[in-house]
Design a protein around this ligand. Structure first.
Ligand SMILES: [Zn+2]
Length: 342
């Protein structure tokens, strides 16, 4: 299987992260890349550098207002006397359908859902290359590969069309889905990350041509709190095309796989032409977030179950944080998905 990754994706190096109000080291570390690369290589992947695809595939998902903000906010922030080194918002609109602020501080609050997505001078380029990895993986699948893996870092599934959040800036899974749409009439996105894929849900919420399905720790007491509940089913033409499967905290392999079977049944009923797997590995029992209790062999079984859909598949990396088994968990998923891939 081909895997896509560019060195530029490592430059984004966020420092701060507010956890229950307290400053903590940001868990979305560049070191994740090394572990995931090792895991992909162990699964038999060949690593390729993506091409520069320009803004087009990203602008198919995100608003121009937001992309302009992401590209320029760091330089603007530096001109504010006494401002933090990284762009971190301190005020958010209660509703986002009113006026658009002119100030950098106001726009940061408008475009950033939380304090977990600090923007540095490297963030824009890293996020772009991460998205381009997803584009190349989608193009490989459109060219006939049964599957391809995009080592997307920074991750993407918490990014809405015009909002960053939860370590995410550009929604790589959504970008991959839109690229697949050039050939595939219907695309399903299956998100197995520990956290609900709220950005992905939001981007396609009113659309019947992209089915979004997410398994995650129940948001009633877990990030992202305001999205991911079972009664969020889509709206307008998209009603019935969003499917959330919240799991009780600390659910382990058996419970996860049982709910995954329900998710896969829904995907079969949608009869998609292609699939995007938003592959978070943070449902692992040893992940620092500790929300679910999947084991390494469990990820292999997730891969096996998804492979039975027999669909052209783009696997997009989402979460999964530093622990000794991070690379092994990726290897387990990829080998489960495709046997020992070449
Ligand atoms: Zn996550």
């Amino acid at each position: 299987m081909k895997a896509f990754y560019a060195e530029e994706q490592k430059r984004h190096d966020p420092k701060a992260f507010l956890s229950s109000g307290a400053p903590q080291p940001n868990p979305e570390q560049p070191e994740r890349v090394e572990r995931l690369l090792a895991g992909a290589l162990s699964a038999g992947c060949t690593i390729e550098r993506p091409r520069n695809h320009g803004l087009g595939p990203v602008a198919a998902v995100h608003t121009p207002e937001y992309l302009d903000f992401l590209e320029h906010i760091y330089a603007r922030w530096q001109r504010i006397e006494g401002a933090s080194a990284e762009v971190i918002p301190n005020i958010h609109p209660i509703a986002r359908n009113g006026s658009y602020p002119a100030s950098a501080v106001g726009q940061a609050g408008y475009h950033m859902a939380d304090t977990a997505c600090p923007i540095s001078g490297e963030t824009w380029q890293s996020a772009l290359w991460s998205a381009w990895s997803a584009v190349d993986a989608a193009e490989a699948v459109m060219s006939g590969a049964p599957a391809a893996y995009a080592l997307c870092r920074p991750p993407g599934h918490h990014a809405f069309a015009d909002v960053a959040g939860g370590f995410c800036f550009i929604n790589n899974s959504a970008v991959a889905a839109r690229v697949l749409h050039k050939q595939a009439a219907r695309v399903a996105i299956l998100d197995v990350d520990l956290h609900h894929g709220n950005g992905t849900q939001g981007i396609f919420y009113a659309r019947p041509d992209v089915l979004t399905v997410s398994l995650h720790a129940d948001p009633v007491r877990f990030y992202p709190f305001f999205w991911g509940h079972a009664d969020e089913r889509g709206e307008g033409l998209g009603l019935g095309y969003n499917f959330n499967l919240p799991l009780p905290r600390k659910s382990a392999d058996a419970a996860f796989l049982e709910v995954l079977a329900v998710a896969l049944q829904r995907i079969r009923a949608f009869s998609p032409d292609a699939l995007v797997v938003a592959l978070g590995l943070d449902a692992f029992e040893g992940d620092p977030f500790g929300g679910l209790s999947m084991t390494t062999p469990g990820f292999s079984r997730i891969g096996e179950a998804i492979a039975k859909l027999d669909l052209p598949t783009v696997i997009v990396q989402e979460g999964g944080y530093l622990c000794d088994e991070l690379g092994d968990n990726l290897t387990a998923f990829l080998t489960g998905f495709g046997g020992k891939m070449r």
